[in-house]
Ligand binder design. Structure first.
Ligand code: HPA
Length: 277
């Protein structure tokens, strides 16, 4: 017996949020680990904790808060997901579709995803921001595995422009207009489910396959958003050089320190992009 998609679960979560919050968000931002400070840019903040939303998922990772923050960002009604969910926490790929589907039911049309990532491209440096041009996910199932939720999109869907060319261009224009101007990178995000960091041999393979940055998140969300017809923009903050590039072990602390050090510039960029959208 194949289970039906959890449409009622999505709907109940969205109804609960609508009763609590008057903001009707057009745009959603999902914050990567240790980037929670960006939620403080939201004006007129009203927060809803994940644990209070019926049927929502719970963050198990201490570097992710666990709340939706509603308000105004870049002068638009917005919601920030401070705390995201990963396969390595034990969620199934199908469950990982839930948050973005709830955002879709709340009216979100544009999704901006952020993550902390390892630099695979040897010209990258810690602190760089990479605009995601595309992703590679050669592992695991899809968040759209199982019966199709027709309410959101069709069974087989096109992902050839998953990362909106229009929004990517806007990101570069916005970055150039900031004071001081922000230099961005662009490249391919390679998804590894973790929780272990990659081996040096995996990183060499990822580079040969065309990956520029590597991380454990984001693609489940962007696939769900693409299925639901949202426009997507993604930023990877390079928090470390990937395994085997430097002769030092990788650590969560290193990732957290680098992410917090660059959160302000990424926040200004996101705010500017939304204002220019
Ligand atoms: N690999 C995978 N995920 C990551 C990394 C990395 O090097 N850095 C931050 N998130």
């Amino acid at each position: 017996m194949i289970a039906k998609p959890d449409f009622d679960r999505y709907r109940l979560a969205a109804e609960y949020i609508r009763e609590k919050v008057a903001v009707e968000p057009e745009v959603a931002v999902i914050l990567g680990s240790s980037l929670g400070g960006i939620a403080e840019l939201v004006a007129g903040r009203v927060s809803v904790s994940y644990r209070d939303i019926p049927g929502f998922l719970l963050s198990t990772n201490p570097s992710h808060a666990g709340k939706l923050v509603f308000g105004t960002l870049g002068n638009r009604p917005a919601v920030v997901m401070s705390g995201r969910f990963h396969f390595y926490e034990g969620y199934s790929y199908t469950e990982l579709a839930l948050p973005v589907r709830v955002l879709s039911l709340l009216g979100v049309k544009t999704l901006i995803v952020t993550n902390a990532a390892g630099g695979v491209n040897l010209s990258f440096q810690v602190g760089d921001i990479m605009v995601i041009s595309d992703h590679i996910k050669l592992t695991g199932a899809s968040p759209m595995s199982g019966p199709n939720a027709e309410e959101f999109g069709s069974r087989f869907f096109d992902v050839s422009k998953l990362y909106s060319p229009r929004l990517r261009k806007l990101a570069f224009e916005t970055a150039a207009s900031l004071t001081p101007p922000l230099q961005l990178r662009e490249g391919v995000y390679y998804y590894c489910p973790g929780p272990q960091f990659e081996t040096p041999a995996e990183i060499r393979a990822i580079r040969a396959l065309g990956g520029d940055a590597v991380g454990m998140s984001t693609v489940t969300e962007t696939l769900t958003a693409g299925h639901a017809g949202m426009e997507v923009l993604g930023f990877s903050l390079i928090t470390n050089m990937a395994a085997g590039i430097l002769d030092q072990p990788l650590s969560d602390e290193e990732v957290g320190v680098a992410a917090r050090a660059s959160a302000d510039k990424l926040g200004s960029l996101i705010e500017g992009v939304i204002a220019n959208m």
